[in-house]
Design a protein around this ligand. Structure first.
Ligand SMILES: [Zn+2]
Length: 145
């Protein structure tokens, strides 16, 4: 079981609890998480761990996590060319990837336009909760974006 996914699962749970306290939610039914491709997270593992720890609290026992994956996008520092990362750019299978601070690093790219290998990542490192669906005491449904 991954330490990485476990710590993210407990972060998500903590954020949901804080939001519930602030806004008076009694039950959270759904949370949508935006995950960048470069996070290289195992979403099944993350859901599994989240459900295990969330089930201990009536607030989150029925919470479903929904994931929206954001593609990685890079920009050449030499010519400014931008392109979307392809799965093959990240090496053969996620097992060969290097992780640093939860973000994939150590992959090599060559600009299709000028051949330079100097690039910056402009998308794909996201990890945040974009939407929470919950019930309040009066039990009306609320969706926030
Ligand atoms: Zn270039």
């Amino acid at each position: 079981m991954s330490i990485h996914e476990s710590s993210i699962a407990s972060n998500i749970l903590q954020i949901l609890k804080n939001e519930a306290e602030k806004r008076g939610f009694t039950k959270i039914t759904r949370a949508r998480i935006v995950v960048g491709q470069l996070r290289a997270l195992n979403l099944e593992t993350l859901s599994f761990i989240f459900e295990a720890i969330a089930s201990e609290d009536p607030l989150t026992e029925e919470t479903t996590l929904e994931f929206k994956e954001k593609k990685g996008r890079v920009k050449c520092k030499n010519c400014g060319h931008e392109w979307m990362l392809q799965p093959e750019d990240l090496g053969s299978g996620s097992r060969s990837l290097l992780h640093y601070s939860g973000v994939v690093t150590g992959f090599q790219l060559t600009c299709q336009n000028c051949g330079a290998q100097d690039f910056e990542i402009i998308a794909g490192k996201e990890l945040y909760i974009s939407e929470i669906e919950a019930e309040r005491e009066a039990s009306e449904l609320e969706a926030e974006t």
